[in-house]
Design a binder for this molecule. Structure first.
Ligand code: NAD
Length: 303
């Protein structure tokens, strides 16, 4: 039996709009000072899934008043050529944010190239210096999706301190940093992954459940506690009964929603907030980073 008849739908589109409005005066001030934030996405070749993703970013940047450029390198580019492009952008004072779109061509690792991005321009928060920020509560250029997932919870007024948080998925860009951010908000955090022996035993204990795996319907109704807050990061393209492609998350929404106190839809949940997080980071990068030992913790968003 459910304790919650109607869960709160955590509407990522509405939240992303509020974040944009909160930041608008800061973007305006930068533009007025002749320092328009400028984000450059470096891609290698023209992978169609990446194109859709970058189109979403461009729309977000336009809404925020941020200049956005896609720099497409030759699909035959080797690591040295990509490195050179990143270094040029690092040196260019007009470029305030850089991201390296994935996937890269076969045989080229992303990590070494992500480390090449100037940490002060690393608006996806993938450089170790920025990932490290999650460990000591330095909330500037945080990894966007983790920031989106945890920021959505915090900004919705959901209490995190002292709660049991379970993160399913332990990737470097989502699961691990999301776990660190939840820890930073004083939750008791469990991280599950593909070798977790009894996933349901963990997820059933969660007051806050964050799922970032990439398996449609992994989390079923009987794996969730009544009243849980459920954040579905997964984005999976599946065929519906008519053979049309649709996007679903990792959570079996229809089964889980009646038990949840709050839940993100897919699409329209974490996805739009991730774009807002990227723009938030781009504004922060353009404003300039606070000193490393600044004791003032930045809010995740403007809450
Ligand atoms: P990843 O492939 O790097 O990591 C997947 C994680 O899931 C790993 O930690 C793995 O151990 C775990 N896993 C795999 N099978 C499992 C199982 N059966 N039980 C428990 N854990 C299991 O993926 P990622 O980059 O972290 O992305 C995860 C999902 O989030 C994907 O669907 C991706 O498309 C989506 N995503 C969404 C956004 C967004 O903006 N909403 C951004 C990035 C990624």
């Amino acid at each position: 039996m459910s304790t919650t008849a109607e869960p709160t739908l955590l509407d990522g589109r509405a939240f992303a709009k509020r974040v944009k409005e909160d930041f608008a005066p800061r973007v305006e001030a930068l533009r007025a000072a002749g320092r328009t934030p400028r984000l450059v996405a470096v891609r290698v070749g023209e992978d169609p899934a990446t194109s859709a993703y970058l189109r979403g970013q461009r729309r977000g940047a336009e809404r925020w008043g941020i200049d956005y450029e896609i720099r497409t390198l030759d699909p035959a580019s080797n690591e040295a050529a990509i490195r050179k492009a990143i270094k040029e952008l690092n040196r260019n004072p007009d470029v305030t944010g850089i991201l390296l779109a994935l996937p890269l061509p076969e045989g080229i690792g992303a990590r070494a190239l992500q480390h090449e991005i100037d940490p002060a321009k690393d608006v996806e928060g993938v450089h170790p210096e920025n990932l490290g920020g999650c460990f000591y509560g330095r909330y500037d250029l945080l990894p966007c999706t983790a920031l989106a997932a945890v920021g959505l919870v915090k900004s919705s007024g959901i209490e995190v301190q002292g709660k049991e948080a379970v993160v399913v998925g332990h990737s470097e860009i989502v699961g691990k940093p999301a776990a660190m951010l939840l820890l930073g908000e004083d939750a008791t955090v469990t991280v599950c992954h593909k070798f977790t022996a009894d996933l349901a035993a963990h997820t059933r204990r969660a007051d806050i459940l964050v799922v970032a795996v990439g398996l449609p319907g992994l989390i079923k109704g009987d794996m969730v506690k009544d009243g849980a807050v459920v954040i579905d990061v997964g984005i999976n393209a599946v065929k519906d009964e008519n053979g049309d492609t649709k996007i679903v998350g990792d959570v079996a929404f229809d089964e889980v929603a009646p038990k949840a106190s709050a839940i993100t839809p897919v699409p329209g949940g974490v996805g739009p907030v991730t774009v807002a997080a990227l723009m938030r980071n781009t504004v922060l990068a353009c404003e300039g980073m606070p000193p490393l030992d600044d004791p003032n913790q930045l809010p995740l968003f403007n809450q």
